[in-house]
Ligand binder design. Structure first.
Ligand code: MLT
Length: 408
């Protein structure tokens, strides 16, 4: 008899963004004439930078001739891309990361979802609340979370991120083995200071723990004092894996390209206490389960690092950050407490009412889609997230509609 993985029965019924899509589709079926403005899922709306498109076209032409055609590529990514990433994203910022420590993939979502496979099933995991749902759900699927009771899984150590701690969680009071951190944060938009990140790295070193650091929104950091990579912190190479993405930085949500950094110094332990290289484990996992990212996509991603590409990406990110600041200021002017939006494309807004009720109100009356905070965890209750990923015109129109509803 074929049996299911019963851990799936412990999941909440649907993935957050799937539930939002369902409500949006139901609304559109009833009111097909209404134009909705989508500031919910963080999906970019601007076309790929020209530099990327040109490189993409050239690579497609190479695929069209036998002499230049490429079959399977190196599983961990082409050297031309890994070398640029290592140089521009890390070495130029004083972080000691080498090209062979970069693993190119189709997305930070897949990598943050898959990484847990290389760890033991009975480790103690700390996960922030609110949080990008992928970290928690994939550990539930793997059987590490235990049962759900009153909105929380029994074996997870929750790291509450609240207005009181500036949405940067404190170190856990107990010993954990694996910690997920995400900065600039999705969903709160909060950032972490260097001294705060140092405290986490110290914690991991003292407790022989590992930090999974999701820095997918690093390009949105404006404040030069803030760390962009965990590897800017001394000692992080031994205790941290970092995730990055071209999705939000350069508009690759539909094109798919990201990378994960697993330093060679990063170790984990077996039951006898012997050390094992996580770089070797991740290499083994990835080469068994994937065949890399397509050559044209990697060529398009490489173009992000050209002079032209860098200038275009800067403008691109700047335009979304202009939107973020409009959202933040509009909501502050309407009297709402806000976090994020200054070094992040997300604004986290305290609504004073149930998150889904506020979501439904904006959907039905302002015809604007946001994301209900409670979908990210119990600490998100009473909040919504507004994303800056849309055109300036749409963001202005959305804010105008929201302000009419909230004032009226
Ligand atoms: C979000 O809206 O939280 C993100 O777009 C989701 C993702 O990147 O998978």
């Amino acid at each position: 008899m074929i049996r299911i993985n019963e851990n799936y029965l412990k999941l909440k019924p649907s993935y957050l963004f799937t539930e939002i899509s369902k409500r949006v589709s139901a609304f559109q079926e009833n009111k097909p004439e209404t134009t909705l403005i989508r500031l919910g899922i963080g999906d970019v709306t601007r076309a790929l930078p020209h530099a990327c498109i040109d490189a993409f076209h050239r690579a497609i032409d190479e695929m069209a001739a036998d002499e230049t055609f490429k079959g399977y590529g190196p599983e961990q990514g082409y050297a031309f891309l890994r070398e640029k990433i290592a140089r521009y994203d890390f070495q130029e910022r004083g972080a000691d990361i080498q090209a062979d420590e970069i693993f190119v993939s189709d997305g930070a979502k897949s990598d943050t979802a898959n990484i847990q496979e290389i760890f033991a099933s009975d480790i103690r995991i700390a996960i922030p609340d609110p949080v990008y749902p992928v970290y928690l759900d994939t550990n539930v699927m793997a059987g590490r979370a235990g049962d759900l009771s009153d909105g929380r899984y029994e074996h997870i150590v929750y790291l509450d991120s609240t207005a009181e701690n500036g949405f940067v969680p404190s170190l856990p009071g107990e010993k954990v083995d694996l910690v997920y951190l995400c900065f600039p944060n999705n969903p709160t938009g909060a950032t972490i200071r260097r001294d705060q990140l140092e405290a986490w790295v110290d914690y991991a070193r003292k407790n022989r723990a590992l930090i999974l650091y999701d820095a997918a929104y690093e390009a949105f950091i404006r404040d030069e004092q803030l760390p962009r990579s965990i590897y800017e912190i001394n000692g992080a190479r031994e205790v941290a894996i970092e995730f990055r993405s071209f999705s939000k930085t350069a508009g690759f949500t539909g094109t798919r390209c990201a990378f994960t950094v697993v330093p060679r110094a990063c170790m984990a332990f077996d039951g006898t206490g012997a050390t094992h290289s996580l770089h070797a484990f991740w290499t083994r996992r990835q080469s068994t389960k994937m065949n890399g990212v397509s050559y044209p996509v990697q060529k398009a991603a490489e173009a992000v690092y050209s002079d032209e590409g860098r200038a275009q990406v800067k403008e691109f990110v700047g335009s979304y950050m202009g939107n973020a600041s409009l959202v933040r200021n509009a909501m502050l002017n309407l009297g709402y407490e806000c976090a994020g939006g200054e070094n992040s494309p997300y604004v986290w807004i305290k609504t004073g009412m149930d998150s889904w009720e506020f979501f439904d109100m904006l959907l039905n009356r302002a015809h604007v889609v946001c994301t209900p905070g409670s979908g990210f965890g119990l600490c998100g209750d009473g909040y919504i997230r507004i994303s800056a990923f849309n055109s300036r015109e749409n963001v202005e129109m959305a804010l105008d509609r929201i302000s009419r509803v909230l004032k009226g």
